[in-house]
Design a protein around this ligand. Structure first.
Ligand SMILES: Cc1cc2nc3c(=O)[nH]c(=O)nc-3n(C[C@H](O)[C@H](O)[C@H](O)COP(=O)(O)OP(=O)(O)OC[C@H]3O[C@@H](n4cnc5c(N)ncnc54)[C@H](O)[C@@H]3O)c2cc1C
Length: 284
């Protein structure tokens, strides 16, 4: 049974921020696909629930050439999954969005909710990380911007303070010739978090960006390996080497979805495949 709470759905950002400032025990509600489970299980019993979906700024989904892509905090995963212009510019993001749960769930779930929930296995974290997305955070004190690569602090932990909400996330524009891919292994098709997620990006000037989910306490960027891969032509052999090297970087655990051993194996395979894909698209 759900515990009792006040439910508010402000129509302006300032209303929402004042409410957050005045009510410390508030949880923010976007699609609710993570939050409602926590509430149903009484894992948390907040006194206040603030629904952000009435706030205009959070509904914006806009791509501007030479600037980039803004995804407001109320934008659903399906809105991104179905966007042709986002697919063209940020393919890994659309691939990851399409892999998240089921169509029905994606109609509710938001991109920003996925990262604010801070699951180590969050599907959209990797794509946002390889594009160096910036998170626009607001409180009554003003706004601040945090790079997504500094956003996650641990399992279900982020840099967000109780009085803050995320307005949206911004991805800088990419040049022609930039490419990326997202690969994920799951136990079941749909309705499940990934056992391992890999996002690989090759920029127009052949620099490699690599991120992984479900192999550490947070989604991770593999900066050192990126440097090695970016300093030479991306060949199929180099992709094999990178797959093996990943085993020395990740720290997967055994849980209900997979043993750590299997995660090591899948990580090696998926990193190799993702890089070989980029290589076949013009890396060599
Ligand atoms: C059956 C099922 C299958 C799933 N499969 C997948 C999957 O395959 N891959 C995957 O990655 N996830 C999966 N999920 C998890 C979930 O659907 C996603 O994480 C989703 O993107 C969360 O978005 P939401 O809008 O529903 O977030 P909510 O549940 O509304 O919020 C999630 C958390 O973020 C906080 N939050 C939300 N918006 C903001 C904001 N603007 N500012 C600050 N804090 C905020 C909330 O307070 C809450 O703590 C699954 C969930 C279910 C129930």
């Amino acid at each position: 049974m759900l515990s009792k709470f006040d439910y508010v759905k402000p129509q302006t950002l300032s209303e929402a921020l004042n409410y957050l400032e005045q009510n410390a025990s508030t949880r923010i509600l976007a699609g609710g696909t993570d939050l409602m489970i926590i509430l149903h299980r009484n894992v948390e019993t907040p006194e206040h629930i603030l629904d952000i979906k009435g706030i205009l700024e959070t509904k914006l989904l806009e791509y501007k050439k030479n600037e980039g892509l803004f995804i407001g905090a109320s934008v659903t995963v399906n809105q991104v999954a179905e966007s042709k212009s986002i697919l063209e510019k940020y393919p890994a993001l659309v691939q990851a969005a399409n892999s998240l749960a089921s169509y029905q769930l994606r109609n509710r779930a938001t991109v920003v909710g996925n990262i604010c929930n801070a699951s180590p296995g969050a599907d959209l974290a990797g794509p946002l990380m390889v594009y160096d997305a910036k998170i626009l955070i607001a409180s009554v004190k003003g706004t601040r911007i945090v790079d997504i690569n500094s956003f996650f602090l641990g399992v279900k932990k982020t840099v967000l303070k109780a009085s803050e909400l995320v307005i949206g996330v911004f991805l800088p524009d990419v040049s022609d010739g930039d490419n990326s891919t997202f690969l994920k292994q799951t136990r079941l098709k749909g309705h499940d978090l990934g056992i391992v997620g890999v996002t690989a990006r090759m920029t127009a000037d052949k620099k490699i960006r690599l991120a992984m989910s479900a192999v550490s306490t947070t989604p991770i960027r593999l900066y050192q390996l990126e440097e090695t891969l970016s300093s030479q032509p991306l060949t199929s052999e180099l992709a094999v080497m990178a797959g093996k090297e990943v085993r020395n970087i990740i720290k997967p655990i055994s849980d209900v979805r997979s043993s750590a051993d299997y995660r090591y194996h899948v990580s090696e395979v998926l990193v190799k495949r993702a890089l070989q894909h980029l290589s076949s698209m013009g890396g060599e």
